[in-house]
Structure formats: structure tokens, C-alpha cells
Design a protein around this ligand. Structure first.
Ligand code: NAD
Ligand code: USQ
Length: 414
């Protein structure tokens, strides 16, 4: 298939582009490199060094004999997106290209606005370009399990049958997102569902859980093919953070009681799920939702898993319960369905001690790069927060962000 991968410089986009290319698909990789700029602004970085896109693509070509077509494009530039879709005529578009950090979106008004403008406008530009230039193309959009929140009932895959006052209908599952970022995904889902209904587009919303892991078979082939690995309090996801904390002998930072339960998956399953979705498109005008995770754990379960993996080697790991910077339930019912991708043939990787050890070994190889002050969680859901550039006055950093946001809000060609 001819597949566009949007957000191809990212943690998940790059391994997905490689995986799809390795499977024989014709891949066009797109990114505007904004994530590397956000890192500079936040004082954060990928623990694992990452090569430039040009170098990655050349190295992959040399090792595999397959060329990925790399293009630097901002999804908020409507003309560029239209030209991209018209010139490539894709059969599927895999859309990872969003601001994906919940803490980043809660730092300040400017960060919330930037997140929602970037994500919602980028996706809208894409939807209009698909309508006009590739109406049969299958949009595979990365959503998130956090769109549902933590209701006191089973979570279905996108839709629920409701009987109300004696009448029954199949309706979108209620959404109770937990951050300005998660809200942006809900807005996207509504926009995509609307365009399937009105214009007959076809789309799969992949409501993905929290991803863990540092590599896939393709990224492990050469250091130039490595994908990013975030561990700080803004971009790092929980299990990856726990592995870094364990590796450098810091306590594992459980927020509050740790009874928060989420769906999780291995990065190798992310790339497999995306290919399965591409190979099995929905009908025209169908808006389909898959819950993309393989196992559910509470945060305390995860901390204990990391603790036990270390203890098996005689190493001691402390677990601390920090005051929770987020507003979220710390103990709740959670039972989310995730059958559709299994039905399409997914063979999940269960979270094993060996994987935890592998990630910790990866971290240990790069331990000298860890910036310990960025492990601290600096964003509070009630009060906002700061980026990590402690050497510069906060006001300067804040101004830079305001400028950048103003640019980006003005940027979309309306
Ligand atoms: P990431 O930040 O590593 O990568 C996102 C990429 O998108 C970056 O390279 C960035 O430069 C690019 N991008 C952002 N805005 C863009 C724009 N306007 N135009 C072009 N490129 C743009 O994030 P990730 O962890 O790889 O996540 C990818 C997607 O998967 C996101 O949509 C995220 O919401 C979703 N997701 C991630 C996880 C996870 O645990 N990492 C879990 C569930 C869902
Ligand atoms: N948590 C801790 N300690 C930490 C970090 C996090 O206890 O040091 C807790 C959080 O309070 C939260 C849970 O772990 O309850 C998950 O937090 P996270 O930072 O790992 O993940 P989250 O903010 O939900 O976001 C990540 C990705 C996002 C994706 C989402 C999937 O960054 O792009 O959409 O996972 S989901 O959570 O299913 O919505």
C-alpha cells in the first residue's frame, strides 16, 4: 500500500514508518520537527540520541534497500497538506502528528491553546484535503484511551447501546478526558466522525493506551535508526519513567495512591496494530474505533513490577507516593474492551520482566545523559507549571512560548 506516516520523527511514528516499509509498503514520512523544538523550549531531550531524519532515512535505505520518501511539512499549513495529499494519492494516512503530552498542555493558557490549535487545526486540514483529493483513502488516526476517562462502567470500543425511556440506539461512548491534551483528541474524534458521516470518508480512531518500550526490531538495527525515549516529567510516560528512575537509583514516583488504572502496550504492538488497521480498512462513510492496548495495570502494579524485576537481580528499588499533581481518581473501576485488533490477528507482547530489564539496560547505556532535575514533575493540573530551563528567568521562557504560540495560531492558512 502507499501509506503516509504523519509525525514520523516521533517516538511511535518513526518505528511505524520503518515497520511499514519493512513489510513492503511504499512509505512517505512527514513531520515538521516541532517536537525537537518543544524539547529545546522545555529543557528536555530524548535519553537515547536520535539522528536527523535525513540521516535516518539514508541509513535505512543502506541497510534495507528500501527508500522512505521524507518530507518536512507542518499539518497546520493547509496548502502544504493539500499539496501533499494531491501529489501522493495515498491509500492510507497514519496520523501521529500531534502535541501528545498531557502535562505540556496543562502548563499554561498558552500551552493549552497551542496544543488544541496544533492538533485540531492539523487534523481539520487533513480531513479537507482528503475530501477533495483522496476521498477513498483510509485515515488511521491515533486517539487515546484517555478520551473515555475512568467511568464506573465497562468501556466499549467507541460506541455503546443505550436504552432510554424505552428507545434504543447505538451512540458514541461518553467522553470524560483528563487534560487539555486529551480534550484535543476528543475534539478530533468528533470532527473525524462528522466528516465520515457527511462526506463519506473512512477512518479508524485508534484509542491507544500508554506505550512502553525503547525499540522495535527495525530501530534496533543501527544506532542511527533509534527512536526517541522520553523520561522527564513533561514528556516521559509512566513505565519508561520508572525504568529510568530504577536505573539511576531514584525512587519510583507513584502519583498519589497509585490505584489509577490504564491500558498499556508494548511499542512493538503499536506498529503491528497500525499495520493491521491499514490492511483492513473500514467501508466508505464508516467511522470505526479500536481500543489499542493489550493489558491493563494500576500505576502501583507497574511500580511493583519494576521493583520485582530489579529485586530478581538483588537490586533494591524504593517506591514513593508523591502528592498527585493531576486531578484524577486514584482508585476506580476499570474494564476496557480491546477485542477488535485481536480479531484482526494481533499477537500481543505481554509485559515481561525481561522487557523491563531490556529497557533498564538501554537506559543504563545512556545513564550519563540523564538530567535528574527533569525527572521532577513540575506541572500541577490546578495551578499550571513551568518548563525546566532553570538557568533562564521564567519570564523570558514564558515570553518565548507566547511568541511561538502567537505565530502558530496565526500560521494556519484559513
Ligand atoms: P511524539 O511527540 O514523539 O511524536 C509526535 C510527532 O508529531 C513529533 O515528531 C512532532 O514533531 C510531530 N508533529 C506534531 N505536530 C505536528 C504538526 N503540526 N505537523 C507535523 N508534524 C507534527 O509523540 P508519540 O509518543 O510518538 O505519539 C504519537 C501519537 O500517538 C500522538 O498523536 C499521541 O497522542 C498518540 N499516543 C501516544 C501514546 C504514547 O504513550 N506515546 C499513547 C497513546 C496515543
Ligand atoms: N504517573 C505516575 N507517576 C509518574 C508519571 C505518571 O503515577 O511519574 C501516573 C499519572 O498520574 C497517570 C498515569 O501514570 O495516572 C499515566 O500517566 P502518563 O504520563 O504515563 O500518561 P498520560 O499522561 O496519560 O499520557 C500518555 C501519552 C499520551 C497518551 C496517553 C494514553 O503521553 O500521548 O494519549 O498516555 S492514555 O493514558 O491511555 O490516555
Amino acid at each position: 500500500m502507499r501509506i503516509l506516516v504523519l509525525g514520523a520523527d516521533g517516538y511511535l511514528g518513526w518505528p511505524t514508518a520503518l515497520h511499514l516499509c519493512a513489510k513492503g509498503h511504499d512509505v512517505v514520512a512527514v513531520d515538521n520537527m516541532v517536537r525537537r523544538r518543544w524539547d529545546r523550549r522545555c529543557g528536555t531531550h530524548s535519553l537515547v540520541p536520535i539522528a536527523s531524519m535525513e540521516r535516518r532515512v539514508d541509513r535505512w535505505s543502506e541497510l534495507s534497500g528500501h527508500r522512505i520518501d521524507w518530507r518536512k511539512i507542518d499539518l497546520c499549513d493547509a496548502d502544504a497538506v493539500t499539496q501533499l495529499i494531491r501529489s501522493t494519492a495515498p491509500e492510507a494516512v497514519v496520523h501521529f502528528a500531534e502535541q501528545r503530552s498531557a502535562p505540556y498542555s496543562m502548563i499554561s493558557r498558552a500551552h493549552a491553546v497551542e496544543t488544541q490549535v496544533n492538533n485540531v487545526v492539523g487534523t481539520l486540514n487533513l480531513l479537507f484535503a482528503l475530501r477533495d483529493h483522496a476521498p477513498d483513502c483510509h485515515l488511521v488516526k491515533l486517539g487515546t484511551m484517555g478520551e473515555y476517562g475512568t467511568p464506573n462502567i465497562d468501556i466499549e470500543e467507541g460506541f455503546i447501546d443505550i436504552t432510554h425511556n424505552g428507545r434504543t440506539d447505538r451512540l458514541p461512548f461518553p467522553k470524560q478526558p483528563g487534560s487539555m491534551y486529551h480534550l484535543s483528541k476528543v475534539h478530533d474524534s468528533h470532527n473525524i466522525a462528522f466528516t465520515c458521516r457527511i462526506w463519506g470518508l473512512r477512518a479508524t480512531d485508534l484509542n491507544q493506551g500508554v506505550v512502553y518500550g525503547a525499540s522495535t526490531p527495525e530501530t534496533a538495527l543501527h544506532r542511527d535508526l533509534a527512536t526517541r525515549f522520553d523520561y522527564d516529567g513533561i514528556w516521559g510516560t509512566v513505565l519508561n519513567r520508572f525504568c529510568v528512575q530504577a536505573a539511576i537509583g531514584q525512587p519510583l514516583s507513584v502519583h498519589g495512591k497509585g490505584g489509577q488504572t490504564r491500558g498499556f502496550l508494548d511499542i512493538r504492538d503499536t506498529v503491528a496494530c497500525v499495520e493491521l488497521a491499514c490492511l483492513n480498512p473500514p467501508d466508505a462513510a464508516e467511522f470505526r474505533v479500536f481500543n489499542q492496548f493489550t493489558e491493563q495495570f494500576s500505576i502501583l502494579d507497574l511500580a511493583n513490577r519494576v521493583h520485582d524485576a530489579r529485586a530478581a537481580h538483588g537490586l533494591k528499588t524504593e517506591i514513593v507516593h508523591q502528592p498527585n499533581p493531576r486531578v484524577e481518581l486514584e482508585g476506580h473501576y476499570y474494564n476496557a474492551k480491546h477485542q477488535h485488533l485481536l480479531d484482526l490477528g494481533l499477537h500481543p507482547h505481554a509485559l515481561a520482566e525481561t522487557l523491563i530489564e531490556d529497557v533498564i539496560h538501554t537506559v543504563e547505556r545512556h545513564a550519563s545523559r540523564v538530567r535528574p532535575h527533569t525527572l521532577v514533575t513540575a506541572v500541577d493540573w490546578r495551578k499550571g507549571g513551568e518548563v525546566y530551563r532553570s538557568t533562564e528567568p521564567a519570564s523570558t521562557a514564558a515570553l518565548e512560548i507566547e511568541d511561538a504560540v502567537d505565530d502558530r495560531v496565526a500560521a494556519p492558512a484559513l
